[in-house]
Design a protein around this ligand. Structure first.
Ligand code: NAD
Length: 392
């Protein structure tokens, strides 16, 4: 089977789905790899490195799609609302597509993929199990985002992070608050600590406390109990508005005492809860920084922009992983190649629905949206096979 790697087309996207280092393993297991010319250049992987590792460079994007049995991308149609649509006519029936597809985004884009007859796997749906860990691209990208959010905040803050005792006096350490201690938030804590800041964090999942503390962070205890804080998959559950209101009241003081606030609280498939209001931003000291990593938690954030309100800089960059394209691509490529090797055995795609990795990531197949979680999310009736315990 042939794996095709088109150049990412979302404006400003610098990552690439496979890096040269993962190609020998794919070739060894009987896969051929074709790469669009220049696909890895912006991430630091020139064409010659791909060729040296056994891949073939094709000059035209359409040729890559034509040659490939499996197309691997970072941002596929669905997660690429700018240029993703242009790839639709290049996809053909029976082809396999793997990448970020935003399965809980809009049904229309998923149905457009269905209409092309494509079997698609959404990496966002990877189960969070030990077995699937090496294929978990969401965690890889979250790690990069958490790191980069803190680096950007440190660069913007008119203070330094570490405590210093010098002949010119003592400098107090920076205080970094992380709201939402998932993969991104935990990496933000670790990075803030490495830079010498005092880091604290809040998360509504009680299990987060130990993880925050193991990184040397202080866990902010709020007299607030979330109802069913997490679902069976370990994801946070949405809370009602009265919970969020109380959370904001209680967080206001902690936010006001922080030099940097990194917001990374997410509820899958839902709009991120507003946890920092305009008034809370106004309560921060001038010069403070709010790095709204995924944008949604702070009322003052303008997606893609850096704004200053009441002397507080609010950074709303998104797609932070793309700003560290070398390592983001390396991690993503390892996740994708592990997934490819899991899916393709003896030169054939194995759709074993008994396997939760296949079942949970498979989004479209045989002219249907087959994913049970996605069907439920969009209120589509369960499929016959699902009620019989098939594709679930
Ligand atoms: P995520 O990206 O879904 O969400 C980020 C964080 O926001 C979560 O910790 C969530 O609890 C928190 N959050 C949501 N609403 C909040 C609110 N109102 N206030 C404060 N925090 C709020 O999370 P994630 O990065 O996927 O990680 C969630 C957990 O799953 C972590 O414990 C992580 O270590 C674990 N995990 C395990 C695996 C694995 O076992 N393979 C893989 C990935 C993540």
């Amino acid at each position: 089977m042939i794996v095709g790697v088109p150049k990412e087309s979302f404006p400003g996207e610098r990552r690439v789905a496979l890096v040269p280092a993962v190609i020998p393993n794919l070739v060894k297991s009987g896969l051929e790899v074709v790469v669009e010319a220049g696909a890895g250049v912006e991430a630091g992987y020139p064409d010659a490195e791909y060729t040296a590792k056994g891949a073939k460079i094709l000059p035209e994007r359409a040729e890559v799609f034509r040659a490939a049995d499996l197309v691997v991308q970072v941002l596929c149609h669905g997660s690429n609302d700018k240029t993703g649509e242009a790839d639709l006519p290049l996809l053909r029936s029976g082809q396999v597509l793997i990448g970020f597809l935003r399965p809980l985004g809009t049904l229309k884009t998923i149905q457009e993929i269905v209409a092309r007859g494509v079997t698609s796997f959404s990496v966002e749906l990877m189960p969070r199990s030990t077995r699937a860990q090496s294929m978990d691209a969401l965690s890889s990208m979250g790690t990069i985002c958490g790191y980069k959010a803190v680096v950007i905040a440190a660069d913007t803050l008119p203070r330094i992070f570490p405590m210093l005792t010098t002949a010119a006096g003592t400098i107090a350490p920076g205080r970094v608050l992380v709201i939402g201690a998932g993969v991104a938030g935990l990496q933000a804590i670790a990075t803030a600590r490495r830079l010498g800041a005092v880091a604290s964090a809040y998360d509504l999942r009680p299990a987060a406390k130990e993880q925050v503390q193991s990184l040397g962070g202080r866990f902010v205890e709020l007299p607030l109990e979330a109802k069913d804080a997490e679902d069976a998959g370990g994801y946070a559950k949405a809370q009602d508005e009265s919970f969020y209101r109380r959370q904001r009241e209680l967080l206001a003081r902690v936010v006001a005492e922080s030099d940097v606030v990194v917001t990374a609280a997410v509820v899958p498939g839902k709009k991120s809860p507003v946890l920092v209001t305009r008034e809370m931003v106004a309560g921060m000291a001038p010069g403070s920084v709010m790095a709204a990593e995924r944008g949604g938690n702070c009322e003052s954030t303008r997606p893609g922009e850096k704004v200053v309100e009441h002397g507080v800089t609010i950074i709303g960059w998104f797609n932070l992983a793309s700003t560290v394209p070398y390592h983001a691509s390396q991690m993503y490529a390892r996740n994708i190649s592990a997934f490819l090797l899991h899916l393709v055995k003896e030169g054939r795609l194995q759709l074993n629905f008994e396997d939760d990795i296949v079942r949970e990531t498979l989004l479209t197949h045989a002219g249907e949206v087959v994913n049970a979680r996605v069907r439920e999310f969009f209120s589509l009736p369960a499929l016959e096979t699902q009620s019989k315990g098939g594709v679930r």
